[in-house]
Design a protein around this ligand. Sequence first.
Ligand SMILES: Nc1ncnc2c1ncn2[C@@H]1O[C@H](COP(=O)(O)OP(=O)(O)O)[C@@H](O)[C@H]1O
Ligand SMILES: [Mg+2]
Length: 240
Amino acid sequence: MLEVDNLTAGYGDIPVLRNVSLKVEPGEILLIGGENGAGKSTLLRAISGFNKPTGGTVRLGGEDITGLPPEQAARKGLRLVLDGHRVFSELTVYDNLRMGVAARRGDRAGFEKTLEEIYDVFPILVEKRNARARDLSGGQQQILALGQAFVAQPKVLLCDEPSMGLAQALLPPILSFLRRWAEQGTAVVIVEQHLKVTQPYTDRAMIIQRGEVVIDCPSTQLDAELAAMHEARRSAMASG
Ligand SMILES: Nc1ncnc2c1ncn2[C@@H]1O[C@H](COP(=O)(O)OP(=O)(O)O)[C@@H](O)[C@H]1O
Ligand SMILES: [Mg+2]
């Protein structure tokens, strides 16, 4: 569904991403980890068109969408959820959710159904449906942003650090929601720093360091791969 080959991107003359490749199929969740500044957000932005790649290709369902503006990529079914602040702050929660329908050409019946699913998982959105988005807490806005994306029913969902600014306890429900969502056939990429909590909900894991992929493995092997990487680094340091 999503296929990224040797993607390179940066800011001005400064390269950040170097030849990153990845592949996510419908029903799969790919976890991307790495330290602050590693280039994780840059990767998601380069895939979704917010940042023009300087090399490599992005394919969506076989179609080359490299460098397509974000609205056009969204229309083709690729959606990026940033940490919370992309909701329309003056609109109510309900109207924010309804904005997601625009992406599916006003399919009213489908909207009602997805709305029920989202209310079921996050009852706070029912409770607050008439509140303005700006009056929600950061965590509630984050959930609203996810809800809006869910209503749009993208084929590929890119989710940048959903736990950012949230109470830790909110991460597992968000992850199991993403899992259910994937099971309906969506390909999901999630960037998250809380690897231990996130890993069990995902299929593959990738670690990025200074713009390069240093680990790429089934999620169940992530712990072992990380341990091996740290051990290799320790012995390299010890031998000077
Ligand atoms: N808008 C920007 N302009 C210039 N440099 C940026 C910009 N955004 C990020 N960077 C730089 O790109 C690198 C990767 O950042 P980012 O992709 O945000 O990392 P991560 O999401 O992994 O924390 C960092 O060195 C950061 O300083
Ligand atoms: Mg980031």
